[in-house]
Design a protein around this ligand. Sequence first.
Ligand code: GLU
Length: 332
Amino acid sequence: MKPTVKVFSLGGTIASSGDKGKGVSPTLGADTLINAIPGISEKVKVKAENFRQLPSPHITFDDIQELVKAINKDIDLGVDGVVVTHGTDTLEESAFLIDLIYKKNAPVVLTGAMRNPTLPGADGPANLHDAVMVASDRKSKGKGVLLVFNSEIHAARYVNKCHTQNVNAFRSKPLGPIGWISENSVRILSSPMPTFSSKFTSNCSMARVALLKTAMADDGSLVNCVISDKYEGLVVEATGGGHVTPKMVKPIIKATKVMPVVLVSRTGNGENLRETYMFPGSEIYLYERGVLNGGWLDGLKARILLSLLIGSGANNSEIKKVFESYIDGKLS
Ligand code: GLU
């Protein structure tokens, strides 16, 4: 029997059309996207649903929470796997959030496109074909949420968008993709770390968390704005291994008194230091004053995890523990 895959379309470049020279926007539905893949129905029974018709910067946390409910419903009704088509701009954030709150074993695979269907070499049909292949393959079960792009299979836990236009727009730090698609064959040669399991993902509300990138000679005033605007949490993308300017120290410590503050690195690679430097604004100095270590998570992922934890009622020490477990890959 052919496996059944449900495709939820949410818009993005993969679903965009428009008049030449006037710009494109999402208009195409899931059926149109599926019909652009020759021969797919010989291999897989594909069902389609137009879930949202949005450019991905318009997608909200609520859209994603509702999507996960719809995915769960379809899996309970017997579909073997799910594909989500979505704009690439925020694809990594939706993938990471779904990965944190989706608890079933059936594969959930996100994909999109960099070249819209009006352009030569549009990559949407190939990406959707590969995503359907991955979602219908038993090897994808229990691997967490996956992102398929340019014939590579990435774990939502690691993936990020790394190019504005190239079709090879996604990479996985720190480990690289977990597999690839060769013709119609799915190769998954490594497993991502265990699936996140925590009481704090059960009610799934999202708190308002600010993400601030620091820069040379930063005077810290944006941190004060975060406090006065009553954000519920703050992620600081610090320089190097987790360092900020002397002027940022006071506002950051003030912020820790009213909200959890998580430190990540703006470098985009590697893990924050924990025990190397001691100067005002260094990693040891900040941790000793209540700042939490975001480890190897980037700012986007740390913001989503922090938002979910605060929204679910976790306190500072519980948040610290979850981040420590996440960094250490001990999640279940
Ligand atoms: N390059 C983006 C995309 O792939 C543009 C807009 C969006 O993210 O929806 O879809």
